[in-house]
Structures are given as structure tokens and as C-alpha cells.
Design a protein around this ligand. Structure first.
Ligand SMILES: [Zn+2]
Ligand SMILES: [Zn+2]
Length: 147
């Protein structure tokens, strides 16, 4: 079993642990959709899916922003967690994936190569994909059975 993996927001008020940690096979997902651009304050979101039971907040009280359902692409409830003191994005909860969270990777060192990119249609013409070309999707790839 991999050791637990801990990370913290910029100011240190929120500390999180991923039980079981990440593995060598952990790949990041990049989302270029307009919402993710806004919430990342950047060009894209960079995160990985983690079993909800494996995410522990070990210190602090993250703030939650519930996105109005008509403002996200799935039409499902999406809640974005962040540190209320320093604003670091922490993880995203979507009713579209009831067993998983999308955990932001900057607080865990950004050590994961992008395995997939979605909503490439929202990328700018001067961006270049980081994932291999067959894993870059204009919108969402067809749903695959959960591993
Ligand atoms: Zn903070
Ligand atoms: Zn997105």
C-alpha cells in the first residue's frame, strides 16, 4: 500500500490527506472548459479523481461554493471547495460522479503527467496539448465503464 499523501493550501489553514496516496499510475486530468478556467484563475483545471472515502481533511474548515446547476456542463450540482483564508482551490464535488472527488494537484506537488484533456475546444489556438493526442477530447469522451 502506498503511504498516505498530505498537502496543504498556501496559508496552511487547511491540511488534507489522500488515504492510500497516489501511485506511479496516477495521471492528471486537464479540463479546458470555461468554468474551470475561471475557477483555476488560469488556462485549465489540473486535477485527478480520488475515491471520496480516501479524502480526509485533517485540519481546517474548507469553504464550499455551490455552483448553480445551470452553470455547469453536466447540469448536476457541482460544489467547489477552497480555503476561505487564502483562496487555494482544494477539490470539486460533482453529483455526476457520486463516488469520486476531483482533487486539485498543486497542493500535492503537481507531480502527475496529464493522461487526459477534455473540452479542448475551449483551449486557445496558441495552447498545445500535454496528453497524447488520442487522449485529447473536444468535449467529454464517451463514458467508459468505471474501472
Ligand atoms: Zn489557506
Ligand atoms: Zn471543466
Amino acid at each position: 500500500m502506498t503511504p498516505d499523501f498530505e498537502g496543504s493550501c498556501h496559508c496552511g489553514a487547511v491540511q488534507m490527506r489522500i488515504l492510500g496516496g497516489f501511485t506511479e499510475d496516477t495521471k492528471a486530468g486537464i479540463c479546458h472548459c470555461k468554468e474551470c478556467q475561471i475557477f483555476a484563475g488560469s488556462l485549465f483545471a489540473y486535477a485527478t479523481k480520488v475515491d471520496r472515502q480516501h479524502l480526509q481533511v485533517i485540519q481546517g474548515q474548507p469553504k464550499a461554493y455551490k455552483q448553480p446547476p445551470n452553470t455547469n456542463l453536466s447540469g448536476k450540482q457541482v460544489t467547489r471547495y477552497f480555503c476561505g483564508d487564502c483562496g487555494t482551490p482544494l477539490w470539486v464535488e460533482s453529483d455526476a460522479t457520486p463516488t469520486l472527488y476531483a482533487v486539485k494537484l498543486a497542493l500535492f506537488g503537481n507531480n502527475f503527467a496529464p493522461g487526459i484533456e477534455i473540452f479542448w475546444k475551449n483551449a486557445h489556438e496558441w495552447e498545445k496539448p500535454m496528453a497524447s493526442s488520442e487522449m485529447v477530447f473536444d468535449t467529454l469522451p464517451a463514458m467508459r465503464p468505471a474501472a
